[in-house]
Design a protein around this ligand. Structure first.
Ligand code: RIB
Length: 276
């Protein structure tokens, strides 16, 4: 209220409001904060540090009580300047914040092990944006599984940027240059959908010629043709948990920061339903 300097408002930063992962995540944050009597503000940042800073500045003027950020770029300095509790969600920041993420490296390993168990032995990874912590963790998990394999070529890693059209484009280039590839691990579901599209355009049959596994478990993964095998994240729950921790920090500003990692789960669908 007026006398304690609190606005009873919290904000969530997301990099890409078009990606269905983020509305589901936002819903988890909003449900919890709303139940606690907070007004919820959503800011779309496009992964753009200038936009993030402008929003942080505006929110400070409005005396927002706390923030949850999905970001790769917010610096320790800006966190200190803001002088309010901030939680890193989905991506780790080098800024000494409480964080809620999933087991990205382990999940990526499970995805690639799944492709190997189908008999794939020329596996490629289409990876996310280079500065996101979860891109590096998923890439790390992929490399853990393939780097000792005799068939592994580093050119099998290609950047796609958590983005559908980029994934279509880079997958096409990859498959034209390496038609021997028989399995692809896409860093998220949108990119997995892009891989399916590229394969279809080039006449590769999924899963017979090419098995595909992705990451996230957004509803889209159940509606593509073929449906997508994916590492399902508890998207709504991690949003809700981040909100819970944020409100805890708002009420207990001196409590120690904490990092939580949620499990992901392989859900097999048509894109890997292959008999070899
Ligand atoms: O689809 C959005 C992706 O970016 C997800 O994989 C999520 O973990 C985020 O970082």
């Amino acid at each position: 209220g007026l006398f304690n300097g609190r606005s009873k408002m919290i904000a969530l930063f997301v990099p890409d409001i078009i990606n269905p992962f983020f509305p589901e995540l936002a819903r988890g944050v909003e449900d919890f904060t709303n139940q606690q009597g907070y007004t919820f503000l959503l800011c779309n940042t496009d992964n753009n540090p200038a936009k993030e800073e402008a929003y942080m500045h505006a929110l400070k003027q409005k005396s927002v009580d706390g923030m949850i950020v999905v970001s790769s770029t917010i610096s320790e300095e800006h966190v200190k300047e803001s002088n309010i509790p901030i939680i890193a969600l989905d991506r780790i920041l080098n800024a000494n914040l409480s964080s809620i993420t999933v087991k990205n490296r382990k999940g990526a390993r499970t995805a690639v092990q799944h492709l190997k168990s189908l008999g794939c032995h020329r596996i490629a990874h289409i990876c996310g944006p280079e500065n996101a912590s979860n891109t590096l963790d998923r890439l790390g998990g992929f490399l853990d599984e393939v780097k000792e394999e005799p068939w592994f070529l580093s050119s099998y890693v290609q950047a796609g940027g958590y983005n559908y059209s980029m994934a279509v484009q880079v997958t096409k280039e990859l498959l034209v240059n390496h038609p021997e590839i028989d399995g692809i691990f896409a860093a998220n579901d949108l990119m997995g959908a892009g891989v399916l599209r590229a394969a279809q355009e080039l006449g590769f049959h999924v899963p017979e010629d090419l098995a595909v596994v992705a990451f996230d478990g957004i509803r889209l993964s159940e509606t593509t043709s073929p449906t997508l095998t994916t590492m399902v994240q508890p998207i709504y729950e991690i949003g809700r948990r981040a909100a819970e921790i944020l409100i805890h920090h708002i009420n207990n500003p001196h409590d120690a920061i904490q990092a939580e990692e949620f499990k992901v789960e392989l859900v097999q669908r048509e894109s890997t339903q292959v008999k070899r």
